[in-house]
Write a protein that binds this ligand. Structure first.
Ligand code: NDP
Length: 402
């Protein structure tokens, strides 16, 4: 029923267009555009081979609003699904406003020269989208994305009066390489090396990057070390659930990953300020990305599982309750289905689901939204139906992690 333009032919873009091709009742016409045409052509071939469906492709530099407007005018999509990098968010939102097109992304806008992880630039589009009768859905990946929907679902059905939230992101996978990131290395390393921040009693508490470590026994994976981090969904969740007294985000890292990262940081390779090398300006982190394995190529060798979920404590029907709601995803099963590892899969599937719920009218309404502002139930049903089943268990009490 709908024409969609997907921008970004990386790991996430590949999964999303595969899944759209598998749901062709909704996604009747899909165009994949990216900075280089070659990766689009590879994905086009892979989608045709796996699903028997054809998608269109186009070359686009989405930093250029006029070029994006011209492509939208040609393709005439109802919705633009932005799976390029966070740097492109505002330019693509501007092109959507100019052409009267709905918008979805999976990561908050980032200026190139400073790692911020803040929503205010995109929330500032609220009135302009609402006035034009357009919808922008922000952060429809896994985290942010599914973790926001999990929170809304827990509040609606399991812990009505929420007090504490811990989001736990574990990648128990092994890709067999000495050092690689699971998704775009530049964005990943910016995120990991930023100071940790969590929400406590109505204020942000900042601590040095990777300074708080806890061990947690993850279902189907086992004990792993996880570290307190800042993650963008904390900003929207603490805003939309002011009753939360504490909200934290934890991510697992192996010792080898952290040792490599420490060395790279110590020698200046993770810096985002440009340096002059031999008369040419280069950004060390962008150069590092160029020499690291492409996350999209790790799928074939990655085994193990991811487990991402929320632990929420509070009261329900007058009694104290702590619930752990999570998804487990198997890297090799994702690769067998769509040719990508679980990190791209767990982001690309929710991007497709958010798009489907906008296009079939279930979630569509004018304005700029984070996922927790919409009814979680249809999204939760689609997660189970499209490869990301979830479950929840009761825990005896809120996690002690300190
Ligand atoms: P990749 O780096 O694999 O893919 C990004 C794609 O965007 C590449 O094809 C790249 O092209 C393209 N691109 C970059 N700049 C432009 C531009 N100016 N115009 C058009 N295309 C461009 O990243 P991922 O697929 O891993 O991640 C995609 C997005 O998903 C990122 O924003 C990331 O932050 C987000 N993400 C969100 C998660 C979540 O759970 N919410 C988890 C993981 C990722 P080229 O290769 O030619 O540079």
């Amino acid at each position: 029923m709908a024409t969609v333009l997907v921008i970004g032919a990386g790991g996430v873009g590949s999964v999303a267009v595969h899944k759209m091709a598998m749901l062709s009742d909704i996604f009747t016409d899909v165009t994949l555009a990216s900075r280089r045409l070659a990766p689009c052509a590879e994905i086009q071939k892979a989608v045709a081979k796996r699903t028997g469906k054809s998608i269109n492709i186009a070359q686009l530099d989405a930093d250029n609003v006029a070029d994006t407007v011209a492509l939208i005018d040609r393709v005439k999509p109802e919705l633009v699904v932005n799976l390029a990098l966070p740097y492109q968010d505002l330019a693509i939102m501007d092109a959507c406003l100019e052409t009267g097109t709905h918008y979805l992304d999976t990561a908050n806008y980032e200026p190139r020269d400073e790692a911020k992880f803040e929503y205010h630039w995109q929330w500032a589009y609220q009135e302009r989208f609402a006035e034009k009768g357009l919808m922008a859905l922000l952060g429809s990946g896994f985290d942010p994305g599914v973790t926001n929907v999990f929170t809304a679902y827990i509040q609606k059905h399991l812990v009505a009066d929420m007090r504490t939230l811990d989001i736990l992101d574990c990648n128990g996978g092994d890709h067999g390489r000495a050092f690689a990131t699971n998704f775009n290395p530049e964005i990943n390393i910016r995120e990991v090396t930023a100071p940790a921040r969590h929400w406590a009693q109505g204020a942000w508490v900042e601590t040095p990057a990777l300074s708080h470590k806890q061990s947690f026994d993850f279902p189907e994976i086992g004990p792993r070390n996880m570290y307190l981090m800042y993650h963008e969904e904390l900003e929207s969740l603490s805003k939309h659930y002011p009753e939360l007294q504490r909200a934290r985000f934890w991510m697992t890292f192996g010792d080898a990953y952290l040792t490599h990262l420490e060395v790279l940081q110590n020698v200046g390779m993770t810096a985002i300020e440009p340096i002059n090398y031999d008369g040419k300006e280069i950004v060390p982190l962008q150069f590092l990305k160029a020499v690291l394995p492409n996350p999209g190529d790790l799928g074939a060798t990655t085994s193990g599982k991811t487990c991402i979920g929320n632990i929420v404590s509070g009261t329900h029907a007058g009694a104290p309750r702590t619930v752990y709601l999570y998804n487990i995803c198997d890297h090799a099963a994702c690769f067998a289905e769509v040719g990508s590892q679980a990190v791209s899969y767990t982001t690309g599937v929710p991007a497709m689901i958010g798009a489907a719920l906008m296009l079939d009218g279930t979630w569509m309404k004018p304005g700029v939204f984070n996922l927790e502002q919409l009814d979680p139930d249809p999204f939760m049903s689609m997660l189970t139906a499209h490869g990301l089943p979830w479950q929840h268990i009761d825990l005896p009490h809120a996690p002690e992690f300190d």
